[in-house]
Design a protein around this ligand. Structure first.
Ligand code: SAM
Length: 239
């Protein structure tokens, strides 16, 4: 199977009808990623097939379970080089995507990716998740929040849940420590107003890699004091 076929069959396996435009855009994304990675640290993986599996298909797997639907508003917190936000936007073009990261260089890279891939309806925010969640414009305004590789779950819940509307979902990509992190997050879930919905196992092609998606439903409004000041959630997680 060549790289194009690998991408298409991977996307199809997550329940999205893949097309050639998606593959073209993901190929352009890979090219831009590799070019910019020479000037700044964006990814440790550069080989095309590996990027397709470990970054792109891994990101797109977040649609499994059906919580993320086209047309929804989605904020990707700590998006870095755009994961999982950009691959999701490539596959679900009408998502209203907000990409947030505290490193401005990465935000500049993402703006270039948005232009190169001709994607619209993307908002780019340079800043700390703790700060923007306090703003009326962003607080409890999103159908979905996503995050991959940003922080341990109790911290991540504090950074992401304030952005989600009541009735919306937090879709979080996690590795093998998911069960332990869930166990540590009971207080954070209760305090922030979410309930754990389900854990979805994901198998990625070829490399024998598996990970989990943790899904949480926002059941009630988050008290105004959360998130606490920038840095506090990491220093002193809700336990
Ligand atoms: N989500 C991407 C991925 O899966 O490849 C990036 C992961 S990278 C390890 C973590 C990213 O989260 C970094 O780009 C960092 O700048 C960002 N980040 C960490 N804490 C943050 C915060 N409090 N607010 C906004 N961004 C944050």
């Amino acid at each position: 199977m060549n790289n194009r076929e690998l991408l298409r069959s991977g996307i199809d396996s997550f329940g999205i009808d893949s097309d050639e435009l998606m593959v073209d855009r993901l190929k352009r994304y890979h090219k831009t990623l590799v070019e910019w990675n020479e000037k700044m640290n964006l990814t440790g993986i550069v080989e095309e097939r590996e990027v397709f599996i470990k970054h792109f298909l891994d990101s797109i797997s977040a649609v499994k379970g059906g919580y993320i639907q086209d047309g929804m508003s989605l904020i990707d917190v700590g998006t870095g080089a755009g994961f999982p936000g950009i691959p999701l936007k490539v596959c679900l073009e009408n998502i209203e995507l907000t990409l947030l990261d505290s490193l401005n260089k990465r935000i500049n890279f993402l703006k270039t990716v948005g232009e190169e891939l001709e994607l619209d309806k993307i908002e780019y925010i340079h800043g700390r998740a703790e700060d923007f969640a306090k703003e009326e414009r962003y607080r409890e305004k999103f159908d979905i929040a996503t995050a991959r590789a940003v922080a341990g779950l109790p911290v991540l819940l504090e950074l992401c849940v304030p952005y989600i509307k009541v009735g919306g979902y937090f879709v979080c990509l996690k590795g093998p420590s998911a069960d332990m992190e869930l166990e540590e997050s009971k207080t954070a879930m209760r305090v922030l107003g979410v309930e754990f919905t389900e854990k979805i196992d994901i198998e990625l092609p070829e490399l024998g890699l598996s990970h989990n998606i943790l899904v949480f439903e926002k059941k009630s409004r988050t008290p105004g004091k959360y998130p606490r000041k920038a840095g506090k959630p990491t220093k002193n997680p809700i336990k």
